[in-house]
Ligand binder design. Structure first.
Ligand SMILES: *Cc1c(COP(=O)(O)O)cnc(C)c1O
Length: 409
C-alpha cells in the first residue's frame, strides 16, 4: 500500500456520500450530465481569500494568477474577490477582461509575448510585465505606433530562489524576467521614453509549504526592489512580491502557516527602506486560492486483477488531470488525496490502483491506494483538482472527450 495525500478538511459526507458545496457527487454528476467532471466549490475559494486577507498586512493587494484555473464562471466569481489578476497570454487576458476585471487591475507576464499580444495589452490599458530588453523596445515601438502611453512594469529575475519550491523560477540563468543588475537601466529607458512605469514584478517560485522559505524570499524581494528603486531614483508605484504559497498534496505534507507569513511580511514592510515608502505591494497566488476547491469525479468502468493487483479503470485520466498522474512538475510519483465518493469516510478494506482509460502506463491516478471495496459504476473523487487540472492537461491526447466543469457554492 502507498499513502495518499490528506483530503482537505472542507469536505464532509451525508449518509456516507461525499458532499461538494452541500450536494452529493451523484447529484452533481446528474446536473452536469456525465463524468468525468471537475467540480469547483466557490465557498472554499471565498474561505481561502478571507483567511489570506486576515493574515496579510493591510494594504497588500491579492492577485489571482489565472493560469491555475481559467474556468470562466470561476473567474467571474473571483473578479469580485481579488484586487487584480495576473495573466500570461492574450487568451488569458481576454478571459480576465470578460470576467469583469478592470483592465487597470490586470498585469500580463510571460516570456515570448508576441507583438499582437503586446499591442492588445497596451490598447486595453493592461500592465505589461516586460521580460527582456527586446520586449521593452517592442512594447515602446508598438505604443508609439498606436498612440498610447503604455503601462509598463519590469519583471526582475531575482538572484535567489524560493527554497523548497516545486518549480524554481528565479536564481541563476532563467528565461523569466531580466537579471537584477540590468533592471535599473531598463526602467530608466522606459521612463525616459514616456511610458507609465508601473513598478516591478519579482517571482521566485511556486508550491512551497515552508513558511520560513517564503518569509526569507519576501524579505529578499523587498530588499531587491529597494535597491533597484535607489538605482533608478524614482520610487516604483507597485511591487509585485510574487507568491509561491503551496498546498498539501501528499502524505506527510502540512499546510503552509500563512499567519506567520503574513505577520513577517507586515514586520518587513513596516521597516522597509524609504525608497519604497509610497509603494503599493501585491502578492499573486494561483493554487493556494483555488487548488483545494476542486474535485475531479470519474466513474469506474472496469474492475480487474492482474498478477494479484486490483485495478479500477476509470473513465477519466491524465488527459484531464495530468498532475495527479505525477507527470506535471514532480520527480517522484506520489498519490493525490483520493476517495470513493459513495462511501466517503468508510474504512478502507482493500488496496487498488486507480488507472485512467488512456492506453499508456503513465495514466495512473492512484497507485496501490487503500480504498473501500469498489465496483464498476462507483465514482472516484480525486482532490486538489482546482488548480492545474483541466487547463493544464493534454486534453487531445488519445481522442477522449474533454472533462465537464461545474462551479458550485
Ligand atoms: C505560475 C505562476 C503563478 C501561480 O503559481 P501558483 O503556484 O499556482 O501560485 C504566479 N505567478 C507567476 C509569474 C507564475 O508563473
Amino acid at each position: 500500500m502507498k499513502p495518499s495525500g490528506p483530503i482537505p478538511p472542507d469536505y464532509q459526507a451525508r449518509d456516507g456520500q461525499l458532499l461538494i458545496g452541500g450536494e452529493t457527487a451523484e447529484a452533481l454528476i446528474a446536473r452536469a450530465g456525465d463524468t468525468p467532471l471537475f467540480v469547483y466549490d466557490m465557498a472554499v475559494v471565498r474561505d481561502r481569500v478571507a483567511r489570506l486577507r486576515a493574515a496579510l498586512p493591510d494594504g497588500v493587494a491579492v492577485h489571482y494568477a489565472l493560469k491555475a484555473n481559467p474556468y470562466p464562471p470561476l473567474l467571474a466569481a473571483m473578479a469580485g474577490l481579488v484586487d487584480g489578476m495576473d495573466v500570461a497570454s492574450a487568451g488569458e487576458m481576454a478571459l480576465a477582461l470578460e470576467s469583469g476585471v478592470a483592465a487597470g487591475a490586470l498585469s500580463f507576464a510571460g516570456p515570448g509575448k508576441r507583438d499582437r499580444e503586446l499591442e492588445a495589452a497596451i490598447a486595453a490599458g493592461v500592465t505589461l510585465n516586460l521580460e527582456s530588453d527586446g520586449e521593452v523596445e517592442r512594447a515602446l515601438a508598438i505604443a508609439e505606433r498606436i498612440g498610447r502611453v503604455p503601462r509598463l512594469a519590469v519583471r526582475v529575475n531575482p538572484p535567489f530562489d524560493l527554497r523548497g519550491s516545486g518549480m524554481r523560477m528565479g536564481g541563476g540563468a532563467k528565461p523569466f524576467g531580466v537579471d537584477a543588475d540590468r533592471a535599473p537601466a531598463l526602467v530608466k529607458r522606459l521612463i525616459g521614453a514616456g511610458a507609465d512605469w508601473r513598478g516591478l514584478h519579482i517571482y521566485a517560485g511556486s508550491q512551497t509549504l515552508d513558511a520560513d522559505a517564503i518569509i526569507e524570499a519576501q524579505a529578499a524581494t523587498v530588499a531587491l526592489a529597494a535597491g533597484i528603486a535607489d538605482a533608478v531614483g524614482v520610487p516604483p508605484p507597485t511591487v509585485n512580491l510574487g507568491g509561491g504559497f503551496g498546498i498539501p498534496y501528499f502524505s506527510g505534507d502540512a499546510p503552509l502557516d500563512i499567519a506567520r507569513v503574513g505577520a513577517a511580511l507586515g514586520d518587513c514592510l513596516s521597516r522597509r527602506p524609504s525608497a519604497l515608502r509610497d509603494t503599493g505591494f501585491a502578492i499573486e497566488l494561483g493554487r493556494w486560492l483555488v487548488g483545494e476547491a476542486g474535485v475531479y469525479l470519474t466513474r469506474i468502468v472496469d474492475r480487474k486483477t492482474s498478477h494479484g493487483e486490483t485495478f479500477l479503470v476509470v473513465d477519466g485520466g491524465l488527459h484531464h488531470q495530468l498532475a495527479a498522474s505525477g507527470n506535471f512538475g514532480t520527480v517522484v510519483r506520489r498519490n493525490y488525496p483520493i476517495a470513493l465518493a459513495g462511501r466517503f469516510f468508510a474504512p478502507a478494506d482493500e488496496e487498488a490502483s486507480v488507472v485512467g482509460c488512456l492506453c499508456t502506463p503513465l495514466d495512473r491516478l492512484g497507485d496501490k491506494v487503500a480504498l473501500p471495496h469498489a465496483e464498476a459504476g462507483d465514482v472516484i473523487a480525486i482532490f486538489m483538482a482546482g488548480a492545474y487540472g483541466a487547463s493544464a492537461s493534454p486534453a487531445a491526447f488519445l481522442g477522449h472527450p474533454a472533462a465537464l466543469e461545474l462551479l458550485v457554492g
